[in-house]
Structures are given as C-alpha cells and as structure tokens.
Write a protein that binds this ligand. Structure first.
Ligand SMILES: *Cc1c(COP(=O)(O)O)cnc(C)c1O
Length: 213
C-alpha cells in the first residue's frame, strides 16, 4: 500500500479497510487518509475504539436493523440503505443519539440476484417518503451502486450510467441538489469506469491494501 490512488480532485477515496488490521489502517491514516469503510458492525466498532478519533467511518454492505444502535452515535455515512424499514430504524436511532445521520440509498444496478439494494420503484417510493418528511433525523446525500461482477465492461459501464442518469433525474424532479450530491460507485476493479460515468466517491480496498487474506 505505497500508493494512495491519484484520483481527480472531485473524487473522494473511501478506503475499504474490512479485514485489515489496525496498524495497516494507521499507516494509511498517517499519510492523510481520513475516510475508511467497513462492512461489519462489530469490526467497525472495535477499530473505531482503537484508532484515531478523527477518522470518518463509513458503513458499506448490508446493515441489520438491530445493529444500527451500535453505530448511530458516530457513523459518518451509511452507504447501504436498502429498505424502508432500515431507514426508519436509522431515523429512530439518530433521534436517540441526538444527531442527524447521513445516508445513501443503495440501488440495485447489477444483474446478479444476490446483491442487496432498492430497485427503481422502491427507490422512488422511499424518496417520496423522505421528501414528505418521514425521516427527520436522516440526511439523504445520494446513491450507492455496485456493478455486476463480470468481465463485460460495457455492462458495468451501462449499470453505472443508469444510476448516474437516475441521480440526474432526481435532481430535476425534486429540485434539490444536497440530497443527491454523492454518487458512490466503483471498487478496485471498476473504479476508473465508475469515475468516467460520474462517481464522486469510490470505495476501494484490495487495490490500496493488497488482497484481503
Ligand atoms: C469490499 C467492498 C468494496 C471494496 O472492494 P475491493 O474490490 O477490495 O476494492 C467496495 N464496496 C463494498 C460494498 C464492499 O463490500
């Protein structure tokens, strides 16, 4: 991990530190990286306690409702809101923690069945509820998407493009930019395509840390 990636200025690197130990994370932190992402709540909490307090922790990956309370007081951004019930829980726990929690809606753009995420209709419905004020302790910041795991880069590009187009249509429809600022797309294998297609957050693990053991 001698390089932090050279990214365009408007693109933020979210270092995916899942399964990396604290010392490895600290080395990257010491080179100026402040945004780190984990996909397991327990692992996230353990690292948060042992690492510098100014790290901004992101939650990626499916989040169980009963775990929200363990991260509600500090989480910087939850990328993976994939159901109305989860958003409701986040709102409730944010209220208890007396703060606003920033979230992204995770949209299912991949072909694969296994991936979590909202379909377009579910996203539309949730946006409607959000703008009607159903979740007052949540600030929507944008969308997250994961492309299919495939060699077919045209397909990957098309999937990223569909989310960018959706985001643009939301800005038009709701006349709101703040809620749609962030487009979190792209991992080690496809981040360059994601950036070409409009990503401004990229979530990268193995490319900067080496393969996870
Ligand atoms: C693990 C993970 C990443 C990073 O994957 P790499 O291929 O190691 O860059 C990005 N996003 C999510 C949701 C992940 O679970």
């Amino acid at each position: 991990m001698d390089i932090i990636l050279a990214l365009p200025d408007h693109v933020k690197l979210i270092a995916v530190s899942k399964m990396q130990d604290e010392n490895t994370i600290l080395r990257l932190y010491n080179r100026g990286q402040l945004d780190f992402a984990e996909n397991r709540v327990q692992e996230l909490i353990r690292k948060k306690e042992q690492l510098p307090q100014d790290i901004r922790w992101h939650l990626i990956g499916h989040l169980q409702k009963n775990k929200v309370k363990f991260i509600s007081h500090f989480i910087h951004l939850i990328h993976s809101v994939d159901s109305p019930e989860l958003l409701e829980t986040i709102d409730k726990e944010a209220a208890r923690a007396e703060r606003t929690i920033n979230v992204l809606f995770q949209i299912k753009i991949a072909q694969e069945e296994s991936k979590y995420g909202l379909n377009w209709k579910q996203a539309n419905d949730l946006l409607k509820d959000y703008f009607e004020g159903c979740f007052p302790h949540v600030q929507l910041k944008g969308f997250m998407g994961m492309a299919s795991f495939t060699e077919d880069m045209d397909q990957v590009r098309g999937e990223f493009r569909s989310l960018k187009n959706y985001r643009d249509s939301c800005i038009d429809h709701f006349g709101q930019i703040e809620a749609f600022e962030i487009l979190s797309m792209g991992m080690s294998g496809d981040y360059k395509i994601a950036i070409q297609e409009g990503a401004n957050y990229v979530r990268i693990g193995s490319l900067i840390f080496g393969e996870r053991s």
